[in-house]
Design a binder for this molecule. Structure first.
Ligand SMILES: Cc1cc2nc3c(=O)[nH]c(=O)nc-3n(C[C@H](O)[C@H](O)[C@H](O)COP(=O)(O)OP(=O)(O)OC[C@H]3O[C@@H](n4cnc5c(N)ncnc54)[C@H](O)[C@@H]3O)c2cc1C
Ligand code: SF4
Length: 321
Protein backbone atom coordinates (compact mmCIF):
# COMPACT_ATOMS: atom_id res chain seq x y z
CA UNK A 1 0.00 0.00 0.00
CA UNK A 2 1.29 3.43 -0.91
CA UNK A 3 1.85 5.88 1.99
CA UNK A 4 -0.99 8.37 2.46
CA UNK A 5 -2.10 11.16 4.77
CA UNK A 6 -5.07 10.46 7.03
CA UNK A 7 -7.30 13.38 7.97
CA UNK A 8 -10.65 13.65 9.71
CA UNK A 9 -13.33 15.99 8.39
CA UNK A 10 -15.86 17.61 10.70
CA UNK A 11 -18.17 19.12 8.05
CA UNK A 12 -19.11 18.29 4.45
CA UNK A 13 -17.43 21.49 3.22
CA UNK A 14 -14.21 20.66 5.09
CA UNK A 15 -14.32 17.09 3.75
CA UNK A 16 -14.27 18.41 0.18
CA UNK A 17 -11.48 20.93 0.95
CA UNK A 18 -9.30 18.27 2.54
CA UNK A 19 -9.47 15.96 -0.48
CA UNK A 20 -6.92 17.95 -2.49
CA UNK A 21 -6.12 16.69 -5.98
CA UNK A 22 -5.84 13.01 -5.17
CA UNK A 23 -7.86 12.27 -2.06
CA UNK A 24 -10.64 9.79 -1.32
CA UNK A 25 -13.41 9.79 1.25
CA UNK A 26 -13.22 6.98 3.78
CA UNK A 27 -16.38 5.37 5.15
CA UNK A 28 -15.95 1.96 6.75
CA UNK A 29 -12.94 1.25 4.49
CA UNK A 30 -14.10 -2.27 3.57
CA UNK A 31 -13.91 -1.59 -0.16
CA UNK A 32 -11.41 1.26 -0.42
CA UNK A 33 -8.68 -0.33 1.73
CA UNK A 34 -8.91 -3.49 -0.38
CA UNK A 35 -8.33 -1.42 -3.51
CA UNK A 36 -5.43 0.41 -1.83
CA UNK A 37 -3.75 -2.81 -0.69
CA UNK A 38 -3.82 -3.99 -4.32
CA UNK A 39 -2.50 -0.61 -5.61
CA UNK A 40 -5.71 -0.21 -7.65
CA UNK A 41 -6.48 3.01 -5.75
CA UNK A 42 -3.49 5.11 -4.67
CA UNK A 43 -4.82 8.24 -2.97
CA UNK A 44 -2.44 10.75 -1.36
CA UNK A 45 -5.03 11.59 1.29
CA UNK A 46 -7.78 9.63 3.01
CA UNK A 47 -10.50 11.91 4.36
CA UNK A 48 -12.38 10.11 7.10
CA UNK A 49 -15.99 11.32 6.90
CA UNK A 50 -17.33 9.36 9.85
CA UNK A 51 -17.05 12.37 12.21
CA UNK A 52 -19.14 14.62 9.96
CA UNK A 53 -22.13 15.55 12.15
CA UNK A 54 -25.59 14.20 11.31
CA UNK A 55 -24.41 11.66 8.73
CA UNK A 56 -24.99 8.83 11.23
CA UNK A 57 -28.63 9.78 11.87
CA UNK A 58 -31.84 8.07 10.87
CA UNK A 59 -34.75 10.53 11.03
CA UNK A 60 -38.26 9.31 10.40
CA UNK A 61 -41.61 11.05 10.03
CA UNK A 62 -44.98 9.82 8.76
CA UNK A 63 -44.08 11.12 5.29
CA UNK A 64 -40.41 10.28 4.81
CA UNK A 65 -37.23 8.79 6.22
CA UNK A 66 -33.79 10.30 5.99
CA UNK A 67 -30.87 7.88 6.41
CA UNK A 68 -27.39 9.39 6.84
CA UNK A 69 -24.50 8.16 4.66
CA UNK A 70 -22.54 6.94 7.71
CA UNK A 71 -25.33 4.70 9.01
CA UNK A 72 -23.91 1.19 8.93
CA UNK A 73 -25.50 -1.67 7.05
CA UNK A 74 -25.94 -3.47 10.42
CA UNK A 75 -27.87 -0.48 11.79
CA UNK A 76 -30.25 -0.76 8.84
CA UNK A 77 -30.56 -4.50 9.40
CA UNK A 78 -31.35 -4.02 13.11
CA UNK A 79 -33.54 -0.90 13.00
CA UNK A 80 -36.74 -1.66 14.94
CA UNK A 81 -39.10 0.06 12.47
CA UNK A 82 -37.34 -0.41 9.13
CA UNK A 83 -38.48 -3.99 8.81
CA UNK A 84 -42.14 -3.04 8.94
CA UNK A 85 -41.96 0.17 6.84
CA UNK A 86 -39.35 -0.86 4.22
CA UNK A 87 -38.97 -4.64 4.52
CA UNK A 88 -37.16 -4.88 1.16
CA UNK A 89 -34.41 -2.56 2.40
CA UNK A 90 -34.02 -4.47 5.66
CA UNK A 91 -33.76 -7.76 3.73
CA UNK A 92 -31.17 -6.27 1.36
CA UNK A 93 -29.08 -5.02 4.30
CA UNK A 94 -29.26 -8.38 6.09
CA UNK A 95 -27.81 -10.13 3.00
CA UNK A 96 -24.69 -7.95 2.72
CA UNK A 97 -21.46 -9.96 3.17
CA UNK A 98 -21.22 -11.05 6.80
CA UNK A 99 -22.17 -9.53 10.16
CA UNK A 100 -18.56 -8.32 10.64
CA UNK A 101 -18.71 -6.49 7.29
CA UNK A 102 -22.18 -5.08 7.99
CA UNK A 103 -20.98 -3.70 11.36
CA UNK A 104 -18.42 -1.52 9.58
CA UNK A 105 -19.73 -0.88 6.05
CA UNK A 106 -21.66 2.36 5.63
CA UNK A 107 -24.62 3.24 3.43
CA UNK A 108 -22.55 5.81 1.45
CA UNK A 109 -19.68 3.36 0.96
CA UNK A 110 -22.03 0.58 -0.07
CA UNK A 111 -23.59 2.76 -2.78
CA UNK A 112 -20.18 3.99 -4.01
CA UNK A 113 -18.33 0.65 -3.81
CA UNK A 114 -16.25 -0.15 -6.87
CA UNK A 115 -16.41 -2.99 -9.38
CA UNK A 116 -15.95 -6.57 -8.14
CA UNK A 117 -14.86 -7.74 -11.59
CA UNK A 118 -11.95 -10.06 -10.91
CA UNK A 119 -9.95 -8.62 -13.80
CA UNK A 120 -10.42 -5.11 -12.41
CA UNK A 121 -9.33 -6.32 -8.97
CA UNK A 122 -6.05 -7.72 -10.36
CA UNK A 123 -3.45 -5.01 -9.93
CA UNK A 124 -1.58 -5.95 -13.13
CA UNK A 125 -4.61 -6.04 -15.44
CA UNK A 126 -5.15 -2.71 -17.18
CA UNK A 127 -8.68 -3.12 -18.51
CA UNK A 128 -11.09 -0.53 -19.95
CA UNK A 129 -12.26 0.48 -16.49
CA UNK A 130 -8.70 1.48 -15.62
CA UNK A 131 -8.28 3.39 -18.88
CA UNK A 132 -6.87 0.42 -20.83
CA UNK A 133 -8.01 -0.68 -24.25
CA UNK A 134 -9.81 -3.96 -23.70
CA UNK A 135 -12.34 -5.75 -21.54
CA UNK A 136 -10.77 -9.02 -20.41
CA UNK A 137 -14.07 -10.41 -19.10
CA UNK A 138 -15.91 -10.23 -22.41
CA UNK A 139 -13.86 -13.08 -23.89
CA UNK A 140 -12.58 -14.41 -20.58
CA UNK A 141 -14.29 -15.78 -17.47
CA UNK A 142 -17.50 -13.77 -17.31
CA UNK A 143 -19.62 -15.93 -15.02
CA UNK A 144 -20.28 -13.02 -12.62
CA UNK A 145 -20.83 -10.37 -15.28
CA UNK A 146 -23.75 -8.54 -16.88
CA UNK A 147 -26.60 -9.70 -19.09
CA UNK A 148 -27.35 -6.09 -20.07
CA UNK A 149 -24.88 -3.29 -20.66
CA UNK A 150 -24.90 0.07 -22.34
CA UNK A 151 -21.14 0.19 -22.78
CA UNK A 152 -18.06 -1.93 -23.36
CA UNK A 153 -17.55 -2.73 -19.65
CA UNK A 154 -19.73 -5.62 -18.45
CA UNK A 155 -19.08 -5.26 -14.71
CA UNK A 156 -22.43 -5.19 -12.86
CA UNK A 157 -23.61 -3.09 -9.91
CA UNK A 158 -23.40 -5.32 -6.84
CA UNK A 159 -24.67 -3.00 -4.10
CA UNK A 160 -27.63 -4.69 -2.42
CA UNK A 161 -28.81 -1.40 -0.98
CA UNK A 162 -28.90 0.31 -4.40
CA UNK A 163 -31.27 -2.35 -5.71
CA UNK A 164 -33.70 -2.09 -2.79
CA UNK A 165 -33.53 1.72 -2.73
CA UNK A 166 -34.24 1.92 -6.48
CA UNK A 167 -37.46 -0.07 -6.00
CA UNK A 168 -38.44 2.27 -3.15
CA UNK A 169 -37.99 5.46 -5.26
CA UNK A 170 -35.24 6.75 -2.97
CA UNK A 171 -33.38 10.01 -3.56
CA UNK A 172 -29.68 10.39 -2.78
CA UNK A 173 -28.62 13.82 -1.49
CA UNK A 174 -25.09 14.69 -2.57
CA UNK A 175 -22.89 17.65 -1.62
CA UNK A 176 -21.44 18.71 -4.98
CA UNK A 177 -19.74 21.94 -3.97
CA UNK A 178 -20.15 24.81 -1.53
CA UNK A 179 -23.90 25.51 -1.31
CA UNK A 180 -24.57 22.96 -4.04
CA UNK A 181 -26.75 20.05 -2.95
CA UNK A 182 -27.84 17.65 -5.69
CA UNK A 183 -30.78 15.28 -5.35
CA UNK A 184 -30.33 12.18 -7.46
CA UNK A 185 -32.60 9.22 -8.04
CA UNK A 186 -30.83 5.85 -7.80
CA UNK A 187 -31.07 5.70 -11.61
CA UNK A 188 -29.26 9.08 -11.79
CA UNK A 189 -26.62 7.87 -9.33
CA UNK A 190 -25.55 5.07 -11.67
CA UNK A 191 -26.51 6.45 -15.12
CA UNK A 192 -22.92 7.28 -16.06
CA UNK A 193 -21.86 3.64 -15.61
CA UNK A 194 -24.25 2.70 -18.42
CA UNK A 195 -22.50 5.06 -20.82
CA UNK A 196 -18.86 5.11 -19.80
CA UNK A 197 -16.74 2.02 -19.09
CA UNK A 198 -14.47 3.94 -16.68
CA UNK A 199 -17.34 5.12 -14.47
CA UNK A 200 -18.78 3.03 -11.69
CA UNK A 201 -21.37 5.67 -10.86
CA UNK A 202 -22.26 9.30 -11.65
CA UNK A 203 -20.35 10.85 -8.73
CA UNK A 204 -17.60 13.34 -9.59
CA UNK A 205 -14.44 13.50 -7.46
CA UNK A 206 -15.38 15.45 -4.33
CA UNK A 207 -19.08 14.54 -4.45
CA UNK A 208 -20.04 13.51 -0.92
CA UNK A 209 -23.17 11.44 -0.32
CA UNK A 210 -24.90 13.00 2.69
CA UNK A 211 -28.06 10.96 3.03
CA UNK A 212 -30.74 8.90 1.35
CA UNK A 213 -34.34 10.10 1.51
CA UNK A 214 -37.19 7.64 1.27
CA UNK A 215 -40.84 8.59 0.87
CA UNK A 216 -43.14 6.58 3.17
CA UNK A 217 -45.44 4.79 0.81
CA UNK A 218 -48.51 2.71 1.04
CA UNK A 219 -46.46 0.06 -0.76
CA UNK A 220 -44.94 -3.22 0.26
CA UNK A 221 -41.43 -4.26 -0.67
CA UNK A 222 -39.33 -7.40 -0.88
CA UNK A 223 -35.72 -8.29 -1.71
CA UNK A 224 -34.19 -11.67 -2.55
CA UNK A 225 -30.82 -12.75 -3.86
CA UNK A 226 -29.03 -15.90 -4.90
CA UNK A 227 -25.32 -16.26 -4.11
CA UNK A 228 -22.73 -19.03 -4.45
CA UNK A 229 -22.26 -19.03 -0.65
CA UNK A 230 -24.88 -18.50 2.04
CA UNK A 231 -22.82 -15.68 3.63
CA UNK A 232 -19.71 -13.57 2.98
CA UNK A 233 -20.50 -13.29 -0.70
CA UNK A 234 -22.05 -10.97 -3.27
CA UNK A 235 -25.22 -11.84 -5.15
CA UNK A 236 -25.08 -13.71 -8.46
CA UNK A 237 -28.45 -12.09 -9.09
CA UNK A 238 -30.57 -9.95 -6.79
CA UNK A 239 -34.06 -8.55 -7.15
CA UNK A 240 -36.17 -6.00 -5.29
CA UNK A 241 -39.86 -5.38 -5.88
CA UNK A 242 -42.17 -2.77 -4.38
CA UNK A 243 -45.79 -1.96 -4.96
CA UNK A 244 -49.13 -1.21 -3.38
CA UNK A 245 -52.16 -3.45 -3.51
CA UNK A 246 -55.62 -1.91 -3.67
CA UNK A 247 -58.72 -4.01 -4.22
CA UNK A 248 -56.47 -6.93 -5.09
CA UNK A 249 -54.71 -4.95 -7.88
CA UNK A 250 -51.11 -3.76 -8.00
CA UNK A 251 -50.27 -0.08 -8.24
CA UNK A 252 -46.98 1.76 -8.57
CA UNK A 253 -45.09 -1.48 -8.94
CA UNK A 254 -41.31 -1.36 -9.39
CA UNK A 255 -39.08 -4.33 -10.07
CA UNK A 256 -35.29 -3.91 -10.03
CA UNK A 257 -32.59 -6.47 -10.79
CA UNK A 258 -29.04 -6.36 -9.42
CA UNK A 259 -25.75 -7.97 -10.50
CA UNK A 260 -26.93 -8.29 -14.09
CA UNK A 261 -26.26 -4.80 -15.49
CA UNK A 262 -23.94 -1.89 -14.81
CA UNK A 263 -26.92 -0.04 -13.32
CA UNK A 264 -29.76 -1.21 -11.05
CA UNK A 265 -31.81 -2.69 -13.88
CA UNK A 266 -35.42 -1.55 -14.38
CA UNK A 267 -37.64 -1.89 -17.41
CA UNK A 268 -40.36 0.70 -17.72
CA UNK A 269 -42.53 -1.64 -19.83
CA UNK A 270 -42.55 -4.22 -17.00
CA UNK A 271 -43.50 -1.62 -14.38
CA UNK A 272 -46.24 -0.30 -16.65
CA UNK A 273 -47.52 -3.79 -17.44
CA UNK A 274 -47.98 -4.49 -13.71
CA UNK A 275 -50.06 -1.34 -13.09
CA UNK A 276 -53.60 -2.41 -12.17
CA UNK A 277 -52.90 -6.12 -12.61
CA UNK A 278 -53.88 -8.88 -10.19
CA UNK A 279 -50.77 -10.14 -8.45
CA UNK A 280 -50.52 -13.76 -9.53
CA UNK A 281 -47.98 -16.18 -11.04
CA UNK A 282 -49.11 -15.48 -14.57
CA UNK A 283 -48.67 -11.72 -14.40
CA UNK A 284 -45.40 -12.07 -12.47
CA UNK A 285 -44.07 -14.32 -15.25
CA UNK A 286 -45.16 -11.85 -17.92
CA UNK A 287 -43.34 -9.05 -16.06
CA UNK A 288 -40.24 -11.28 -15.99
CA UNK A 289 -40.52 -11.81 -19.77
CA UNK A 290 -40.59 -8.05 -20.30
CA UNK A 291 -37.65 -7.47 -17.96
CA UNK A 292 -35.43 -10.11 -19.49
CA UNK A 293 -36.18 -9.30 -23.14
CA UNK A 294 -32.99 -8.35 -24.95
CA UNK A 295 -30.64 -10.02 -22.46
CA UNK A 296 -27.26 -10.80 -23.99
CA UNK A 297 -25.80 -13.74 -22.12
CA UNK A 298 -22.05 -14.25 -22.50
CA UNK A 299 -20.14 -17.53 -22.62
CA UNK A 300 -20.43 -18.26 -18.86
CA UNK A 301 -23.38 -16.33 -17.43
CA UNK A 302 -26.55 -17.59 -19.14
CA UNK A 303 -27.36 -19.38 -15.85
CA UNK A 304 -28.35 -15.96 -14.47
CA UNK A 305 -31.46 -15.80 -16.67
CA UNK A 306 -33.55 -18.50 -14.93
CA UNK A 307 -32.40 -17.18 -11.53
CA UNK A 308 -33.49 -13.66 -12.45
CA UNK A 309 -36.83 -14.99 -13.68
CA UNK A 310 -37.43 -16.87 -10.42
CA UNK A 311 -36.44 -13.88 -8.26
CA UNK A 312 -38.73 -11.50 -10.15
CA UNK A 313 -41.64 -13.89 -9.64
CA UNK A 314 -40.87 -14.56 -5.97
CA UNK A 315 -40.29 -10.95 -4.92
CA UNK A 316 -43.48 -9.86 -6.66
CA UNK A 317 -45.53 -12.63 -5.03
CA UNK A 318 -44.06 -11.70 -1.62
CA UNK A 319 -45.81 -8.32 -1.94
CA UNK A 320 -49.10 -10.17 -1.38
CA UNK A 321 -48.14 -11.43 2.07
C1 LIG B 1 -16.35 -10.48 1.47
C2 LIG B 1 -17.26 -9.35 1.12
C3 LIG B 1 -18.57 -9.59 0.79
C4 LIG B 1 -19.43 -8.56 0.45
N1 LIG B 1 -20.71 -8.82 0.10
C5 LIG B 1 -21.54 -7.80 -0.25
C6 LIG B 1 -22.88 -8.03 -0.62
O1 LIG B 1 -23.35 -9.17 -0.62
N2 LIG B 1 -23.64 -6.97 -0.97
C7 LIG B 1 -23.17 -5.71 -0.97
O2 LIG B 1 -23.92 -4.78 -1.26
N3 LIG B 1 -21.91 -5.44 -0.63
C8 LIG B 1 -21.08 -6.46 -0.27
N4 LIG B 1 -19.79 -6.20 0.07
C9 LIG B 1 -19.29 -4.85 -0.13
C10 LIG B 1 -19.41 -4.04 1.09
O3 LIG B 1 -20.75 -3.92 1.46
C11 LIG B 1 -18.84 -2.69 0.70
O4 LIG B 1 -17.46 -2.86 0.50
C12 LIG B 1 -19.07 -1.71 1.78
O5 LIG B 1 -20.44 -1.47 1.88
C13 LIG B 1 -18.35 -0.44 1.51
O6 LIG B 1 -18.72 0.42 2.56
P1 LIG B 1 -17.61 1.17 3.34
O7 LIG B 1 -18.28 2.11 4.27
O8 LIG B 1 -16.63 0.23 3.95
O9 LIG B 1 -16.95 1.99 2.15
P2 LIG B 1 -15.45 2.43 1.90
O10 LIG B 1 -14.61 1.27 1.58
O11 LIG B 1 -14.99 3.34 2.99
O12 LIG B 1 -15.68 3.30 0.59
C14 LIG B 1 -16.07 2.70 -0.63
C15 LIG B 1 -16.11 3.80 -1.69
O13 LIG B 1 -17.12 4.73 -1.37
C16 LIG B 1 -16.59 6.04 -1.23
N5 LIG B 1 -17.37 6.67 -0.17
C17 LIG B 1 -17.49 6.28 1.12
N6 LIG B 1 -18.37 7.07 1.76
C18 LIG B 1 -18.78 7.99 0.85
C19 LIG B 1 -19.70 9.09 0.90
N7 LIG B 1 -20.35 9.42 2.02
N8 LIG B 1 -19.88 9.81 -0.23
C20 LIG B 1 -19.24 9.49 -1.39
N9 LIG B 1 -18.37 8.47 -1.49
C21 LIG B 1 -18.15 7.73 -0.39
C22 LIG B 1 -15.11 5.85 -0.91
O14 LIG B 1 -14.32 6.95 -1.28
C23 LIG B 1 -14.81 4.62 -1.75
O15 LIG B 1 -14.60 5.00 -3.08
C24 LIG B 1 -18.94 -7.22 0.46
C25 LIG B 1 -17.61 -6.95 0.82
C26 LIG B 1 -16.78 -8.01 1.15
C27 LIG B 1 -15.36 -7.68 1.54
S1 SF4 C 1 -15.91 -6.05 -17.15
FE1 SF4 C 1 -15.23 -3.93 -16.91
S2 SF4 C 1 -13.96 -4.06 -15.08
FE2 SF4 C 1 -14.09 -6.15 -15.89
S3 SF4 C 1 -12.41 -6.47 -17.34
FE3 SF4 C 1 -14.13 -5.69 -18.51
S4 SF4 C 1 -13.78 -3.46 -18.58
FE4 SF4 C 1 -12.58 -4.27 -16.86
Amino acid sequence: MKAFQFVTATSPERARDLLGNNGRFLGGGIDLLGEMKEYIAQPDTLVDVKAVPDLHRIDQTDKSWSIGANVTVAELEDHPDLKSVFPGLQQAAAEVGSRQIRNVATLGGNLAQHSRCWYYRQRDVHCLKKGGDMCYARHGDNRYHSLFTGTTCISPVVSNLAIALAALNAAVVVQRGPNNLARMSIADLYARAWENPISQNSLDPGDLILRVELPVQNRRSAYLQVSDKSAFDWALVSCASAGGIQGGKLHQARVVLGAIANVPYQVQAANQFLEGKTLDEDNANKAADLMLQGAEPLSDNAYKLPIARALIRRTLLQLKA
